[in-house]
Design a binder for this molecule. Structure first.
Ligand code: NAD
Ligand code: AHE
Ligand code: ZN
Ligand code: ZN
Length: 369
């Protein structure tokens, strides 16, 4: 079938809106009509050419919501008409990772997914007879996409897809990192580096966890008002201080925070986020994605003296079993999505969504088809 899609033909170039061909779903696959998709910084990261797994031409996008159109052979858990959120972290329920009880990082389709391919090693997208790669197993920047059954969370049909699409990445990642990865407890002190969609979702999670103090850090002071509205108790702009930001936070918190979250993808900030943690127990969670060749560093003494470095992918959330419940929470108002949606644009204007992000003017732009 034909599908309107925003195609990344080459790194560093704007997306091109073209009509691509989408082949029918094969065994274990599902054809989904995407109604809405957010634009996450990770899409921009991969488009920039910094992602070691980036392959071109590709249909990017991984924060979408849509409706099942057709199921392939053997698909039993979904049928046409079901509302779904595509998952870049699948949940097969059978692999060593799924069965470990220790991680959400199902590996059932991860190897082919990282190469921009469906599990059988081929692609369902083409343009003028040439293959187009998938992205993160989701490719939500196409009106029609093909996704493995195990990479779809079935959600309440009453849920507004134009909002809950944000649970496909940003909001779930931030909230999940607080509860599943850090396990922030009531009364804790928290620092959040980067106040984009991910950092603001961390703030929301920290409020749910009843953290006593939530310190937002950003170089762009325009981000502070919404951070405060969502529950940040303090906002720090490193540019306002002569000392390194970690020293500023240690001084503000009688020795450091209990938990910090890096929501930028900057390895120098990752160091600052670790080093602003309290001696003996402070934990720093890396959420931001850093480019090819980047490495983190600190003095080992920081870890010897009890600080902990962890990472979090999709907030440690198991998508098929846990995302439907988060959608219900959003419908009950227990997870707020509206504050994240600063812009709405049609697919044809998706490049503007990337511009708004790079200019620091948006939190999330939701694209409609
Ligand atoms: P965003 O662009 O909306 O927000 C980033 C924020 O960081 C901006 O407000 C920016 O002003 C601020 N910032 C940039 N450099 C800074 C610095 N040196 N000091 C302080 N603030 C600084 O991005 P986002 O969509 O919120 O994504 C944030 C990061 O999280 C990206 O790296 C993205 O790839 C990553 N991410 C990871 C996961 C995961 O599962 N691990 C999921 C989603 C996004
Ligand atoms: N492809 C990159 C890594 C990208 C990455 O870390 N992705 C996050 C999700 S970002 C969503 O906005 C993630 O979940 N990673 C776990 C996984 O299995 O990909 C690289 O460095 O190669
Ligand atoms: Zn994302
Ligand atoms: Zn699995």
């Amino acid at each position: 079938m034909k599908s309107r899609a925003a195609v990344a033909f080459a790194p560093g170039k704007p997306l091109e809106i073209v009509e691509i061909d989408v082949a029918p779903p094969k065994a274990g696959e599902v054809l989904v009509k995407i109604t809405h998709t957010g634009v996450c910084h990770t899409d921009a990261f991969t488009l920039s050419g910094e992602d070691p797994e980036g392959v071109f031409p590709a249909v990017l996008g991984h924060e979408g919501g849509g409706i099942v159109v057709e199921v392939g052979e053997g698909v039993s858990s979904l049928q046409p008409g079901d509302h779904v959120i595509p998952l870049y972290t699948a949940e097969c329920g059978k692999c060593k990772f799924c069965l470990s009880g220790k991680t959400n990082l199902c590996q059932a389709v991860r190897a082919t997914q990282g190469k921009g391919l469906m599990p059988d090693g081929t692609t369902r997208f083409s343009y003028r007879g040439q293959p187009i790669y998938h992205y993160m197993g989701t490719s939500t920047f196409s009106e029609y996409t093909v996704v493995p059954e195990i990479s779809l969370a079935k959600i309440d049909m009453q849920a507004p897809l134009d909002k809950v699409c944000l649970l496909g990445c940003g909001v779930t990642t931030g909230i999940g990192a607080v509860h599943n990865t850090a396990k922030v407890e009531a009364g804790a002190t928290v620092a959040v580096f980067g106040l984009g969609g991910i950092g603001l979702a961390v703030i929301q999670g920290a409020v749910q966890a009843r953290a006593a103090r939530i310190i937002g850090v950003d170089l762009n002071p325009d981000k502070f008002a919404l951070a405060r509205e969502l529950g940040a108790t303090d906002c720090v702009n490193p540019k306002d201080h002569d000392q390194p930001v970690q020293e500023v936070i240690v001084a503000m918190t009688d020795g450091g925070v209990d938990y910090s979250f890096e929501c930028i993808g900057n390895v120098d900030v990752m160091r600052a986020a670790l080093e602003c943690c309290h001696k003996g127990w402070g934990e720093s969670i890396i959420i931001g994605v850093a480019g090819a060749g980047k490495e983190i560093r600190t003095r080992p003494f920081q870890l010897v003296t009890g600080r902990v470095w962890r990472g979090s992918a999709f907030g440690g959330v198991k998508g098929r079993s846990q995302l439907p419940g988060m959608v219900q929470q959003a419908m009950r108002g227990e997870i707020r999505l509206d504050p994240f949606i600063t812009h709405r644009l049609p697919l044809e204007q998706i490049n503007q969504a990337f511009d708004l992000m790079h200019e620091g003017k948006s939190i999330r732009t939701v694209i409609h088809f």
